[in-house]
Design a protein around this ligand. Sequence first.
Ligand code: PLP
Length: 438
Amino acid sequence: MSEITTTDQASRYAKSLEANTWAQEIMPGGVSSPVRAYKAVGRIPVTIKSGDKATVTDIDGNIYIDYVLSYGPLILGHTPEPAAAAMSKVLRSGWSFGMPTELESQLAQTIVDAVPAIDLVRFVNSGTEAVMSAIRLARAATVRDKIIKCTGCYHGHSDSLLVQAGSGATTLGVPSSPGVPAQITAGTVLIPFNDIPTAEKALAENDIAALVIEPIAGNMGCIPPQENYLQTLRDLCDKHGTLLIFDEVMTGFRVAKGCAQSIYNITPDLTCLGKVVGGGLPCAAYGGREDLMRKVAPDGPVYQAGTLSGNPLAMAAGLSTLETLFSTDAYAKLESIGNALEIGLKKIASDAGVPVYTTRVGSMIGLFFSDSPVHNYEDAVACDTAKYSTFFSVMLDQGVILAPSAFETWFVSTEHDQAALDVTFAAAAKAFAAVAAM
Ligand SMILES: *Cc1c(COP(=O)(O)O)cnc(C)c1O
């Protein structure tokens, strides 16, 4: 158990507790997205007032080193000055027109230049929309209806993808949701991540429009692809006339300038982006091969639209974020901070006698309470979630905020410095000790 008593928590989080009571009266769970309610970790969420670089501050004035980073978008930390300046400019000149702006073309050009597999790009407002739209396009292009997804991968909450969908869905124990018609998910074939034989079998009928996958799974903790897995999927998709869709909503521009596909040297047919591409504003995108993307309306018949799509504020935030990433040593920095964090956590866990399995690709880190490797969803859900809850709770009380679910990836930003790591490691020593004492 934490050395912090419940009474201490009540005074430490007094304003957050009050804010949560109010929020619960007027919003389901008091939140705008389910994982934020802290149900999986048995706590009351803190209510955030502000963010600065690697930290957030709650309304009680508690400061936390932030490894949530808005679930990934804030790769430069909170309130980076160039993005703030770019958005301020937009705030003085108009932030939505429903008409073309140069900012859209500038961000589109930046994406097309950075990702060779993307010839054309369409902006949308969320990762959910990006993947949903890419799948519509794939179905239209192949004149097939079925899709394949991996168990534990999350591709947003659209109907056909809300099957065994990782993090939020996993944590809440609702692998699929009421309200999703069975005939819609009937066309979604599930295969385990990192498993070739099931992929072979699922593709063999030649009736699959698209195989959609997170190239680095990030919604069941962080699970990198095993050697040759993605290349084999690429080859199998080619053989069976199935389009390969990389959902890089989490990995896109987080793990590399060319996204995860550049690390593994795979060319997907379509790529979905989100999170980092909008720098923390609602923005996502899908793009890919010209012959496919020309099928999107109005060049082609595949309808997809959005009132606020490509809005100037989001374009400015995204463009500034990518420009900073591409013009500085950001990725080297992220690699070194991520590496130091992973090594530090492993050592502290080992010193405390707590078996953990860690994974990492750049600034995405997975920490699993498991004494064996984690390569897929089955391995991930076998991990000890009670241990994670204790760990999470002590970390929070010690000033380190993590995602309130054992199935989320840790993110670091370029603003996570040695001082932030020192606070994290001091907190982790107490948190792992509390887990060891369970
Ligand atoms: C976050 C995420 C989504 C959904 O994006 P939203 O903007 O939350 O709709 C889709 N796919 C992946 C891989 C994600 O990490």
